[in-house]
Design a protein. Structure first.
Length: 161
């Protein structure tokens, strides 16, 4: 397929105007507004909590990431913890962020058992780190028994019931 340098000149005056109008229309057309995504303004390292001022909105136009492939709202990012290094200007995938760890491995945690009006509270050593809703293992400090429970939003662990 050879290039024909006279191709545009053969269009004639009306064809050249049409081609120029089409090209200018492409350059002046607004970017596709449906692809504005929150991206890091600075490098965010694993374990860092994502703050509001570390996120900016970036318009990727029609050539950006596929819809649904990246987090689309700032609210879904702020307060979360980076699991991977997040680079400035790049979209953030769903698996790159997680809930903050409320319980740290080895930490002394309050464990609550409730069933049929009976409530027992004690302290155990966390054998795993976890965020709200995660099931982790803890070891009873008195008996040495290992049990599993669900991390609550206040950092306690609920077992049984």
């Amino acid at each position: 397929m050879s290039k024909d340098p006279g191709r545009i000149s053969r269009l004639g005056r009306g064809g050249r105007r049409l081609a120029l109008a089409w090209l200018l229309g492409l350059l002046a057309a607004p970017a596709y507004a449906g692809n504005v995504l929150p991206v890091p303004a600075v490098t965010i390292y694993p374990g860092d909590i994502i703050r509001e001022n570390a996120i900016v909105d970036h318009d990727f136009g029609s050539g950006g990431p596929m819809q649904g492939a990246a987090i689309e709202s700032r609210a879904a990012l702020v307060g979360k913890v980076a699991r991977h290094t997040l680079l400035p200007g790049l979209p953030i995938s769903f698996n790159a962020v997680g809930e903050p760890r409320l319980v740290v491995d080895g930490q002394k945690v309050r464990v609550i058992f409730e069933q049929d009006g009976l409530t027992i509270e004690t302290y155990c050593a966390a054998l795993q780190a976890g965020g709200a809703g995660d099931v982790i293992s803890v070891r009873n400090l008195d008996s040495g028994l290992t049990i599993s429970g669900t991390v609550q939003s206040d950092g306690s662990v609920r077992v049984g019931g």
